[in-house]
Design a binder for this molecule. Structure first.
Ligand code: AMP
Length: 693
């Protein structure tokens, strides 16, 4: 718990005790019929203490609401952002004229443009930079694929039901809301209780179904809408089920992630890459999750765009040749030990985090660094971005390490990118299910002599002993690890038998001497065959975009100060439209210049809008600032024009023939506004007002 928060809670309890005790003094004086002077003095002291208590309460309220004001301010800020986004059609609730469906949203024109820009930069920053192999696979996926990956059995969230109405809720969300509410609204809880609620919040993703159920019972949490009792938590599979073809016999699902499409293509992609590792494949596409209770607007939806990378490496060498390019970066990191002990994220040097083993390996570290650069380049505030390591239970059992890029917005810290070392799990699972070996090979320059474990089940003996189960026993014996096999060998030699667990039978059987031969033989090998490990950065594009909207939004007063105007300060790279063009006044010569510039911009591939409406300049600027358009070109002569930058409102004068190339350079990042400003005649806005040159 933060020191100030903790000390304020203590101070509040002490002050309450002082108020109670002074209250007793006043009552005693009144009962003893003390003098008016004495009673008034005691009441004054009581009022003084009450004032002090209320001031501590206010301070504590501010501290628990996140320090940046309070929950009301955050809510008002979010409303302002969301209203602007909806009014300017960045997004639209889907099927709105039919009253919509929770968790489904359309992107309107500026939203589509922002998304296209984010994806285009993603391709440049990742796919192009690393020569990744991009694929595009179907959303409809046969059951067998998702059975192999574990999604059919395990892609679940824990749900509780209102025992009377049957309404469903996500169990962890109810517990989270309860703890947050207690911490933010109940200022009288003890410091110990506050610490407990904070620990529950920090370790929420780590709780098992039983632990979650126990906490819900312990805190007496009931259905939020009806106050009815709740069921125990139980798993709900988030995949949308469908069937493929008219007969309905081929079961399928809408994919919950794009990764599986890459894994099942591994063999061909590896061949395409010249049978060399490491390499990465990438995919951008829709993912579908039937979220139990979608809330938080664009952040938790039922269909969304994922951009995923699967970087395949040799499990024995997870170094990365370009790690030194990102190792100097410093940003907020939140390792699991810090979370468990209630501390906050700290600014950490990435190189040190990898060297100390906090981050499992260089390749994982490399992608953490690249994700940091990607997000901050888009316009995400680096002080509201942290990398949080998964807690032990939160991480899949096969994963070697996992970090989420979390961005802070008005809803709190939101997971926007997951970066996981998934070891060899997925390729092994598909190898097993499909029978196609998804493996890589390292060819040796010189053949190597190696000692190889040879397990030879004696089929006749096993057949006699296990009859119908013999196939399962033989397969299990052949699949033993070296350690298991050597243990069995020594047991057979010393005791003549060994107890052996056959998972596919679900029981232990007795293997007798003579049923299996286990030996180590020297062999010449020309290559090493292995299942690659995979490191997976997975980007929720909609979440990143929403956080970007919040981080870019601000308000500023209109010229005459009677209105607050909305601005999105998108970097030119992300802005939905790069510039507007309009004549200063409705004059044919200026209109012709505006048309000419528009043609030049089109030819240069710069998105723009031309505005001949004749509205006042102030109105035109306000409309485009609200869309985050970074540059405005005003045609006010037949030789040159002004370009105005959105946030500073500063202007430069440029001759018409150069306008398109300068705006193109600005939007593609080849030039900054400061470069243009120093190179051309310019004009600074006076008191933040637009003053045309
Ligand atoms: P996961 O496979 O659960 O790690 O999810 C990968 C990424 O997808 C997350 O980092 C989120 O950015 C995004 N994501 C997951 N679920 C949703 C959802 N319901 N709505 C929007 N984005 C999501």
């Amino acid at each position: 718990m933060a020191a100030s928060d903790e000390s304020l809670r203590k101070a509040l309890i002490d002050k309450q005790l002082a108020v109670d005790s002074q209250g007793n003094v006043v009552r005693a004086l009144k009962a003893d019929k003390a003098s008016k002077l004495e009673i008034d003095a005691a009441i004054d002291a009581l009022n003084h203490l009450k004032l002090e208590k209320s001031s501590i309460e206010k301070e504590l309220q501010a501290a628990v609401s996140g320090g940046d004001g309070n929950a009301v301010t955050r809510e008002a800020f979010r409303q302002a952002v969301v209203n602007t986004l909806e009014r300017r059609l960045f997004y639209i609730p889907s099927f709105k004229i039919y009253r919509g469906v929770a968790g489904l949203y359309d992107y309107g024109p500026p939203g589509c443009a922002v998304k296209a820009n984010v994806l285009s930069f993603w391709r440049q920053h990742f796919v192009l930079e690393e020569n990744m192999l991009e694929v595009d696979c179907p959303c409809v996926t046969p059951e067998v694929v998702l059975k192999a990956s574990g999604h059919v059995d395990k892609f679940t969230d824990l749900m509780v039901k209102d025992l009377k109405t049957g309404t469903c809720y996500r169990a962890d969300h109810l517990l989270k809301d309860f703890c947050n509410e207690k911490l933010q609204k109940d200022l009288t809880i003890s410091t110990e209780k506050a610490a407990e609620f904070k620990l529950v919040l920090a370790t929420l993703d780590d709780l098992s179904s039983e632990e979650l159920g126990a906490k819900i019972k312990e805190y007496g949490i009931v259905a939020p809408d009806t106050k009815n009792p709740l069921s125990d938590p139980y798993p709900f599979n988030l995949m949308f089920q469908t069937s493929i073809g008219p007969s309905g016999t081929i079961a399928g699902f809408m994919r919950p992630e794009t990764a599986q499409g890459i894994f099942v293509n591994f063999k061909d992609l590896y061949y395409y890459n010249g049978n060399r590792l490491p390499f990465a494949a990438a995919q951008i596409g829709q993912a579908f999750r039937n979220e139990i209770s979608p809330r938080q607007g664009l952040l938790r939806v039922r269909e969304f765009t994922l951009a995923e990378i699967e970087h395949f490496v040799d499990p024995e060498d997870k170094s990365h040749p370009k790690f030194s390019e990102v190792s100097h970066l410093e940003f907020l990191m939140f390792p699991r030990e810090q979370q468990m002990s209630g501390q906050s994220a700290t600014k950490t040097c990435l190189g040190e985090a990898v060297a100390m083993g906090t981050v499992n390996n260089e390749t994982l570290g490399y992608f953490i660094g690249r994700v940091y650069l990607f997000l901050t380049h888009l316009g995400i505030d680096k002080d509201r971005l942290r990398f949080r390591q998964h807690l032990a239970n939160e991480m899949a059992h096969y994963a070697a390490d996992c970090w989420d890029a979390e961005i802070e917005c008005s809803y709190g810290w939101i997971e926007c990118v997951g970066i996981a070392d998934r070891s060899a799990y997925d390729l092994r699972a598909h190898t097993e299910k499909s029978g196609v070996a998804l493996v890589a090979a390292e060819k040796f320059a010189q053949p190597r002599e190696v000692e190889k474990l040879v397990i030879t089940p004696i089929k006749k003996e096993i057949g006699l002993a296990f009859k119908g189960s013999q196939k399962m026993v033989i397969e299990a014996l052949e699949a033993m690890t070296e350690e298991e096999a050597m243990k069995m060998k020594s047991s057979l030699e010393s005791k003549g038998e060994d107890e052996f667990l056959v998972c596919t039978l679900g029981k232990t059987v007795t293997i007798k001497d003579g049923m299996v031969k286990i030996s180590k033989e020297k062999k010449k090998e020309h290559q090493r065959v292995f299942t690659p490990s995979v490191i997976e950065p997975s980007f929720g594009i909609g979440r990143i975009i929403y956080c970007l909207y919040e981080h870019s939004f601000y308000k500023r007063p209109s010229k005459d100060g009677d209105e607050q105007l909305n601005v999105f300060s998108f970097p030119p790279l992300v802005a939905p439209i790069k510039c507007t063009v309009f004549p200063l006044i409705q004059k044919p010569e200026y209109e012709a210049v505006a048309q000419r510039i528009s043609k030049l911009l089109t030819a240069a591939g710069v998105s723009h809008i031309i505005d001949m409406s004749g509205n006042t300049i102030g109105k035109r600027y306000a409309r485009t600032d609200e869309l985050g358009v970074p540059f405005a070109i005003t045609a006010d002569s037949e030789t040159d024009v002004t370009i105005r930058e959105r946030d500073s409102k500063d202007q430069v004068r440029i001759i018409i023939s150069q306008v398109a190339s300068i705006v193109k350079d600005l939007t593609e990042g080849h030039k900054t506004w400061a470069d243009v400003w120093s190179a051309y005649p310019h004009h600074t806005s006076v008191n933040g007002e637009d003053n045309d040159l």
